[in-house]
Design a protein around this ligand. Structure first.
Ligand SMILES: Cc1cc2nc3c(=O)[nH]c(=O)nc-3n(C[C@H](O)[C@H](O)[C@H](O)COP(=O)(O)OP(=O)(O)OC[C@H]3O[C@@H](n4cnc5c(N)ncnc54)[C@H](O)[C@@H]3O)c2cc1C
Length: 393
């Protein structure tokens, strides 16, 4: 095998969904680019995740010529949202997918390599900017670098940027329990909002089950035992026979979005872009990855790699900012039990409200007039303390 060059047009640190999408975005824009995709581990590798993949993320990947990621997977049509006996269960406007990250991420990396990226095993520890290049660990030079290295990003730290709010979540794989087959089930917690336990049917006899909650400075982070206990408390039986328990931090997005200017960009979890309402991050990882790849290709084309950050900021502000503001507001509202219950009632009463909440939670949706109206009605309606709201057929 030819030895890897040490000077690249684009070096992407981290080969998860954000990193692979960055390479795909760049190479789709200019197949002649020399793109290095660096990761500290070999693929396939596991990653703590609910494995829920929004169809919107697959649309974005198809837009850069990458398809076939879920051809052998079973789609999930139903979503059940609940809290203490209150349930909204409906068919989603579009099927979602549950793909173990060991499978999904390896497929994404394969697609990036097929498009022309060079996958290199390398743990990046250090980064600095030289006059004509960004230098990684003194050995890898690139005109543009994209930090796609996840929640504890080294690239983010090298840029002197801190992380905002975080959540902690634990997931495992367990035999799917009767009553939770063919569905994505979410049961909201009774405290520490937003928090929830989930059971996502993988379609192969197993479910991805887990629990996550936002962390706060004024209370200790929950232990692994405590997280497991919360899953069982909210979804009885879900952990039985469970294996492969792993936990991880989720860097949550806020209403602000100020990507750095210059030749070093941040995408996905490295850019703190996990939805604060739902913990979903794959869609934004793919969306920002593709945008960063395109911005890098355009800046390189004009011979101004230092303009990549500016181009990326312009594109992502348009794409993300309204959504980030709306999810930040929704996450604030979701700290109130009354608001969560009003959301469930409104979703149970009206398919449009349900669909709009799904868009807000999974992709780039907003708090729509239908959601505002539904919430208003649910707040004003007399409280029904027990029972499940009637779900229309
Ligand atoms: C328990 C849990 C459940 C979740 N459930 C969902 C869900 O159901 N749906 C959803 O959309 N999102 C979910 N998320 C969020 C989702 O996992 C992340 O948002 C997503 O993985 C972000 O992708 P990424 O590529 O930015 O980062 P990652 O997937 O974390 O990839 C980062 C990559 O960088 C590599 N890396 C790290 N440091 C270095 C370094 N120094 N040098 C080289 N390589 C490095 C890592 O090995 C890794 O491959 C969940 C998260 C957790 C913790």
């Amino acid at each position: 095998m030819a030895s890897a060059p040490t000077h690249w047009d684009l070096a992407v640190v981290g080969a998860g969904p954000a990193g692979a999408a960055t390479a795909l975005g760049a190479l789709h824009a200019d197949p002649g680019l020399r793109v290095a995709l660096l990761d500290r581990v070999d693929f396939p590798r596991d990653k703590a995740c609910g494995d829920g993949v929004a169809p919107h993320a697959l649309d974005l990947l198809a837009g850069v010529g990458a398809t076939g990621f879920v051809d052998d997977r079973v789609p999930v049509d139903r979503l059940r949202l609940g809290r203490g006996g209150l349930v909204a269960e409906r068919r989603m406007a579009r099927s979602a997918w549950v793909v173990p990250r060991r499978i999904l991420d390896a497929r994404l990396v394969d697609a990036a390599v097929a498009a022309g990226a060079r996958l290199l095993r390398h743990r990046v520890r250090d980064l600095w900017q030289d006059t004509d290049a960004v230098v990684l660990d003194g050995e890898v030079r690139a005109a543009v670098v994209v930090g796609a290295d996840g929640a504890h990003s080294v690239v983010r730290r090298a840029l002197g940027r801190s992380r905002g709010p975080v959540a902690l979540a634990l997931r495992g794989y367990a035999p799917v329990t009767a009553g939770r087959r063919g569905a994505q089930v979410i049961e909201f917690g009774t405290r520490h909002q937003p928090s929830y336990a989930w059971s996502f049917d993988r379609g192969d006899g197993l479910a991805n089950v887990g629990y996550g909650e936002s962390l706060h400075e004024d209370r200790p982070a929950p232990t692994r035992a405590r997280l497991l206990e919360r899953i069982e408390a909210l979804l009885p039986g879900a952990t039985e026979g469970g294996r492969h328990w792993v936990g991880h931090h989720l860097p949550l997005s806020t209403a602000r979005w100020c990507p750095p200017a210059g030749p070093v960009l941040l995408v996905g979890d490295a850019a703190c872009l996990v939805n604060p309402l739902t913990g979903e991050g794959i869609h934004h990882a793919v969306a920002t990855g593709i945008a960063a790849g395109r911005a890098a290709a355009a800046a390189l084309r004009e011979g101004r790699p230092e303009r990549a950050g500016e181009r990326y900021a312009r594109a992502t502000r348009r794409m993300l900012l309204p959504h980030l503001r709306h999810t930040a507001l929704a996450a604030r509202l979701a700290r109130s039990t009354r608001a969560v219950e009003a959301g469930l009632r409104a979703s149970a009463a009206d398919q449009r409200v349900f669909d709009d909440f799904v868009e807000l939670g999974l992709a780039g949706g907003r708090l729509t007039p239908a959601v505002a109206l539904g919430l208003g009605r649910a707040f004003l309606a007399p409280l029904r303390p027990t029972g499940r709201p009637q779900e229309p057929a």
